[in-house]
Design a protein around this ligand. Structure first.
Ligand SMILES: Nc1nc2c(ncn2[C@@H]2O[C@H](COP(=O)(O)OP(=O)(O)OP(=O)(O)O)[C@@H](O)[C@H]2O)c(=O)[nH]1
Ligand SMILES: [Mg+2]
Length: 465
């Protein structure tokens, strides 16, 4: 994809399925001319439609014609440049849903001179035409993908410019600092000090703190955007797949009383208390000579390593010695900060007491007891209550790893500036470091960017957006 390709592009912006309506979008110089050729306001009329004779932001009822054949009854939306999503002449056709009709109109538009849009190409044009900055464009993709209220709120706030405004204002502060340093350079012969070294350091450090706070919010941001990885682990037959199914309310995983049932891990999404969980069922942890099971166990350990939260299950009906060994293993291998110990199958005859469970800071779980399942869900959500709190305080949370990388480079540059101050270097050096910081900030909003980065970002969009 070239940086700005002036082709007229078309895409089906809605999902292709048997739906009530579909939306087709055309953007670019030729979009009006194409529509004039295929759209008529009245049936069998010889009168040609002329987009130019109508105002922007108007809707027209009419028919799509392929030569003399009527294809569909549609609504046509006109947006004239620069007042459109892309900043170009843009047409939206709302036609009857259904794969066949939509595809026919789409092909007709291609036949008349438009090109199939690439993923995110409409939003890319919006960015290149200054309709939004890069952080806002990225928020569009996140908004579409959001699965929870938290994800929705953080992407909408980014789209409204919360992150961009922060970047802009902190950039201005940096520019002010640079100007003080550079004025001093102009007067270097006269030995006038415009800003004390200590004051300069304070100013840079206070900005640095803000960036660090934002970088640290990424851990929460990732959870908000992508969900958190919740791994169910434990010895074979401890009830992992049963719990996985119960949490999902579906029979997704195979359950059996044979130890070693689950081989490869299974993964499904689930929203509990407004938090997106990527629920992962794993193979039971044990040493085995079976090659396939052994590979499964290896994968279980990999998943445990990547987990944000682990439910470690111990079967409360197995013999007390085994339970104690299992508990020891849990204590040695797992960090209770990110693991919840669950004693399962408590509806059956347990080999341990509730006192034992309490003493080990575990919780009782049974797939046949809704209260216990709800209690477990509540504990899972409480572990991440801080995520909801910072969202409700409407603090900016970093959800995008690209932004985090850029901010880390900003902090590096500020660190270098501070080192230069401490080393008593000339203002020129300090100013170069601060200018680098400004450039890295500009990478977030897209002021400084390159084709490769843009292509990477927009390739992650869906077609038609
Ligand atoms: N009564 C009762 N039985 C359960 C419960 N949880 C699991 N089971 C039974 O325990 C057996 C093992 O359950 P699974 O869910 O397959 O255990 P697993 O940990 O996934 O086992 P592997 O995949 O072999 O590692 C099955 O017969 C389940 O029906 C429970 O809460 N109550
Ligand atoms: Mg299993």
């Amino acid at each position: 994809m070239k940086l700005y390709n002036p082709d007229t592009i078309v895409a089906i912006s809605t999902a292709l399925s048997d739906a009530a309506i579909s939306l087709i979008r055309i953007s670019g110089e030729k979009s009006f001319e194409i529509v004039n050729r295929i759209f008529k306001k009245k049936k069998s009329s010889s009168q040609k439609f002329d987009v130019d004779k109508h105002k922007s932001h108007t809707i027209h009822f009419g028919y799509i014609y392929d030569n003399d054949e009527i294809i569909d009854e549609v609504l046509l939306y006109i947006y004239k440049k620069p007042n459109s999503y892309t900043g170009e002449n843009l047409i939206e056709i709302s036609c009857h849903g259904g794969v066949y009709v939509t595809r026919r109109i789409f092909s007709l538009i291609i036949k008349n001179g438009a090109r199939h849009a690439e993923p995110g190409e409409f939003t890319k044009r919006a960015f290149l035409n200054g309709k939004m900055d890069l952080a806002q464009a990225e928020a569009v993709a996140d908004l579409i993908k959001s699965r929870t209220d938290l994800a929705y709120k953080s992407s909408i706030s980014q789209l409204e410019g919360s992150l961009s405004d922060f970047i802009k204002s902190s950039r201005e502060e940096l520019i002010k600092i640079i100007s003080l340093i550079e004025i001093e350079l102009d007067f270097s012969e006269e030995d006038i000090e415009f800003i004390k070294k200590s004051e300069l350091k304070d100013k840079i450090n206070s900005l640095r703190e803000k960036y660090i706070k934002l970088i640290n919010s990424f851990i929460e941001g990732r959870i908000i955007r992508d969900g958190l990885n919740l791994v169910i682990a434990g010895k074979p037959n401890s009830g992992k797949s049963s719990l996985f199914n119960s949490l999902l309310s579906s029979n997704r995983a195979i359950v059996s009383d044979l130890p070693g049932t689950t081989r490869d891990y299974l993964q499904e999404n689930l929203v509990i208390g407004g938090i997106l969980f990527n629920l992962i069922d794993t193979a039971g942890l044990r040493f085995t000579k079976d090659e396939i099971e052994s590979e499964g166990v290896k994968r279980s350990y990999e998943k445990i390593k990547e987990a944000d939260l682990i439910l470690f299950l111990i079967d409360s009906t197995s013999n007390p010695k085994e339970i104690e060994e299992n508990y020891k293993y849990f204590k040695e291998e797992f960090d209770t900060d990110n693991a919840i110990l669950c004693f399962t199958k408590t509806d059956l005859e347990m080999q341990i007491s509730y006192d034992y469970i309490n003493e080990k800071k575990g919780i009782p779980v049974s797939i046949y007891n809704i209260h216990l399942l709800n209690n477990l869900k509540q504990i899972m959500v409480e572990r991440f209550s801080h995520v909801q709190i910072s969202q409700s305080k409407s603090e900016i949370v970093l959800t995008n790893i690209r932004h985090k990388d850029c901010l880390e480079r900003v902090v590096d540059s500020l660190d270098k500036a501070i080192e230069s101050i401490d080393a008593g270097m000339s203002g020129e050096f300090i100013s170069v470091d601060l200018r680098n910081a400004i450039n890295h900030l500009g990478e977030i909003t897209g002021e400084f960017t390159n084709e490769e980065v843009l292509n990477y970002i927009f390739s992650k969009f869906c077609i038609g957006k």
